[in-house]
Design a protein. Sequence first.
Length: 76
Amino acid sequence: MLERRDELAVTMGLDNKIYAIGGFGGDNNMCMKTAERYNFITNQWERIASLRIPRRAHSAVTLPDGIYAIGGFDGT
């Protein structure tokens, strides 16, 4: 992964890529809003759009219309 993180949410997208969303840690060792995805074909992680609100200890689900981050803790 591009950033160290724990307490993240992970899901497999409909595009067969792994999505790692939010979490705790990173460069500032706090709740994260960044997200990235793993491409099996290129064997690389890439940054994707961030969450609007940082969160950790949450869940993620893939639905036909997108990926959703649910619940968790925002650091406050």
